[in-house]
Design a binder for this molecule. Structure first.
Ligand SMILES: Cc1cc2nc3c(=O)[nH]c(=O)nc-3n(C[C@H](O)[C@H](O)[C@H](O)COP(=O)(O)OP(=O)(O)OC[C@H]3O[C@@H](n4cnc5c(N)ncnc54)[C@H](O)[C@@H]3O)c2cc1C
Length: 380
C-alpha cells in the first residue's frame, strides 16, 4: 500500500494549482457578481488537457486516472469551487461521449470537446424528478430523420451558456430501461432556456431550465444504444461524485489555510487569537477531518480506477463524507474569522455558500446513504 502521490501526480496538482491561482482566483468574485464565467477561460483550461481529463488517449484525451482527476479538482477549487465544479460537469459528459458515442459523432464533436471550444452541460434532472431521476418525462420520439424532443430539464448548470447538452430522455417504456442519451447542440431549433436561477452559491455558473419544444435532432446524435441512457448517466456520476467531493476538499483546505494566516494576525485580549488553546484545538480538528476526507476520497478514486466491485459504494460514501466535512470546515473557518468571516472581502463566506450545494447535487447525501445501505443489506 502506497499513500504517496507519484512525481507525476504532484506535477498535475501543482500545474492545476498554479493555473487556478493565476487565472481564476483573482477574478472569482467578479465572475460571481457577473453571474458568468468568461467563455475565453475554457480553451485556456483545454490547453492543459483538462477538457478531457480521463478521456482515452486514442480519442485525444489526457487519459488520467480518476485519482489524478481528483487532484486537478482539489487544486482548482483552491481558487474557486464554482469554476472547478463546472469543469467537472463538462468532464463527466466528455467521458460519457468518449465511452458510448459512435465513431461518426465522436469524429464530429470530440476535437472541440477536448479543447473546450465546446463546453458541455449534463441534463438529467427535471422539474418533477430529481433524486428519482429514472422517472424523467422528457420524450424523444423517433422520426425518419432522427428524434423530436419535448420536455423540460431543471437546474441545468450552464443552461443557456453551454455549447451542447448531453441529455437523458425517454425513448421507450417507463423506468430506467426506457431512457436514452442524446446530444443537443446549442442553436438547435426548439431548444430554449428558462430565466437564470438566483442561487445561494455557485453564482458564477449560470443555472437555468432547458426546454425542448419539438426540438429536432439527427439520428446520429443518439449517444450509444437506445434504452441504455440511464446506465450511461449513472456511470458518469460515480466519477462526478469524486470530483464534487474533491471540490469541497480543495475549497475547505483553502479556507483553512486562510484561517491559519488570519488567526496569526487578529488580536484579542492582548494576543493573536491563534494563542487560545480552545481555538488551536479547533484548528487541529479541522486538519484531522480534512486529512481523513482526503484519504477516503483517494481510496474511493483508487477503487473506481481499479474496477473494484464496491467502487460505487465507496464513491457514494466519499461524496457524503467529504462534502459534509468540507462544509463543516468552512463554517468553522467563518466562525474563527468572527464578523470578518461574514464579509465578502475575506473570501470565506463565498466558500460556505459554494460548498453547500455539494451535499445536494450529483445525488443528494440522502441518496448516497441509500446506495451505501442498500449494498450493506444486500451483502448480509
Ligand atoms: C445549483 C444546482 C446545480 C445543478 N446542476 C444540475 C445539472 O447540471 N444537471 C442536472 O441534471 N441536475 C442538476 N442539479 C439538480 C440536482 O442534481 C438535484 O437538485 C438533486 O438531484 C436533488 O433533486 P431534487 O432537487 O428534485 O430533490 P428531491 O429529489 O425532490 O429531494 C428532496 C429531498 O428528499 C430527499 N429524498 C428524495 N428521495 C429520497 C429517498 N428515497 N430517501 C431519502 N431521502 C430522499 C432528498 O435527499 C432531498 O433532501 C443541480 C442542482 C442545483 C441546486
Amino acid at each position: 500500500m502506497d499513500f504517496a502521490l507519484s512525481e507525476e501526480q504532484t506535477a498535475i496538482f501543482d500545474m492545476a494549482y498554479a493555473f487556478g491561482q493565476e487565472n481564476i482566483a483573482p477574478f472569482a468574485r467578479q465572475w460571481e457578481s457577473d453571474g458568468t464565467i468568461p467563455k475565453t477561460l475554457w480553451p485556456q483550461i483545454g490547453e492543459l488537457g483538462f477538457g478531457a481529463l480521463y478521456v482515452s488517449e486514442d480519442s485525444g484525451g489526457s487519459n488520467l486516472t480518476r485519482l489524478d482527476a481528483t487532484l486537478v479538482f482539489e487544486a482548482l477549487s483552491m481558487a474557486c469551487p464554482s469554476v472547478a465544479a463546472f469543469l467537472s460537469i463538462h468532464n463527466m459528459c466528455a467521458k460519457m461521449l468518449d465511452n458510448f458515442a459512435d465513431d461518426d459523432l465522436k469524429a464530429r464533436i470530440m476535437p472541440d470537446v477536448l479543447s473546450l471550444n465546446t463546453v458541455l452541460s449534463y441534463c438529467l434532472t427535471e422539474p418533477g424528478s430529481g433524486s428519482d431521476a429514472a422517472a424523467l418525462k422528457t420524450r424523444a420520439e423517433r422520426t425518419n430523420e432522427g428524434y423530436t424532443l419535448n420536455g423540460t430539464k431543471a437546474f441545468i448548470s450552464g443552461g443557456g451558456y453551454s455549447d451542447a447538452y448531453v441529455c437523458m430522455v425517454r425513448t421507450g417504456q417507463d423506468g430506467p430501461k426506457g431512457i436514452s442519451t442524446v446530444y443537443v447542440e446549442d442553436g438547435t431549433p426548439g431548444l430554449s432556456f428558462g430565466a437564470l436561477e438566483e442561487k445561494m452559491g455557485w453564482k458564477s455558473q449560470p443555472t437555468a431550465q432547458v426546454q425542448f419544444d419539438d426540438c429536432k435532432i439527427p439520428a446520429g446524435n443518439l449517444v450509444g444504444t437506445e434504452g441504455d441512457g440511464f446506465k450511461y448517466a449513472m456511470m458518469g456520476l460515480d466519477g462526478g461524485r469524486l470530483n464534487i467531493a474533491a471540490c469541497s476538499l480543495g475549497a475547505a483546505q483553502a479556507g483553512l489555510d486562510m484561517t491559519l494566516q488570519y488567526m496569526s494576525e487578529r488580536k484579542a485580549f492582548g494576543q493573536s487569537i491563534d494563542q487560545f488553546q480552545a481555538l488551536q484545538f479547533r484548528l487541529a480538528d479541522m486538519e484531522i477531518e480534512l486529512q481523513a476526507a482526503r484519504t477516503f476520497l483517494r481510496q474511493a478514486a483508487w477503487k473506481l480506477d481499479n474496477g473494484a466491485p464496491d467502487a460505487t459504494k465507496f464513491c457514494a460514501m466519499a461524496k457524503k463524507f467529504v462534502t459534509e466535512t468540507g462544509s463543516k470546515v468552512v463554517d468553522q473557518c467563518l466562525q474563527l474569522h468572527g464578523g470578518y468571516g461574514y464579509l465578502a472581502d475575506y473570501g470565506i463566506e463565498k466558500l460556505v455558500r459554494d460548498l453547500r450545494v455539494h451535499q445536494i447535487l450529483e445525488g443528494t447525501n440522502e441518496i448516497m446513504r441509500l446506495i451505501v445501505s442498500r449494498q450493506m443489506l444486500a451483502n448480509r
